[in-house]
Design a protein around this ligand. Sequence first.
Ligand code: G3P
Length: 214
Amino acid sequence: MKLFIDTAEIHEIEAAAKTGLIDGVTTNPSLVAKAGQPFEKLLLRICELVDGPISAEVTTVTAQDMIAQGKTLAKLHKNIVVKLPLTWAGLEACKALSEQEIKTNVTLCFTEVQAMMAAKAGATYVSPFVGRLDDIGQDGMALIRGIRQVYDHYHFETQILVASIRHVDHMRQSILAGGDVGTLPYKVFQQLLSHPLTDSGLARFMKDWETMKG
Ligand code: G3P
């Protein structure tokens, strides 16, 4: 399973990239606004830090404008993936950009039907938001299992990019559900290895080793 980092904060991307275990980066307009840097400059810096797919979301409304903005974004760097909303305009743009070999990530996916439509439009990735479904009392992870079933059954090649991951158990469930990629906020990434038995086990090993030396 590929591991992406879901942030536009340069210091977080630098820290995560240092581990050598990050395969890509996802951003969205909210994350970019929070980072407070010019969009294109920010994207180019991220591309320097991580040699993998970097999702950059369009901020336009019509299909024609999304196609034009998508092409501009894709020209910035070979690793840019154009992120598009799961709307009719977004899927029209997705189809047009996919036909030009531009990689796409269709975002804000909340149903298996939407995921199937994104795949039909040629999306490279689809981003189901598990945390936001949990927020409204639904089961976000059930959607990942459902999309996996649909894509396997119909042999769609679109990759399931599990997004809106809020905690490590979301990640655990994504792995078990057969997600292709998990994109994690830096805070969750930092917690991936945490387990009390790892900590206490290591403390015991070190203590016993000291005893032997004594
Ligand atoms: O990048 C999209 C997604 O991961 C957003 O997550 O926590 O704002 O629902 P969240």
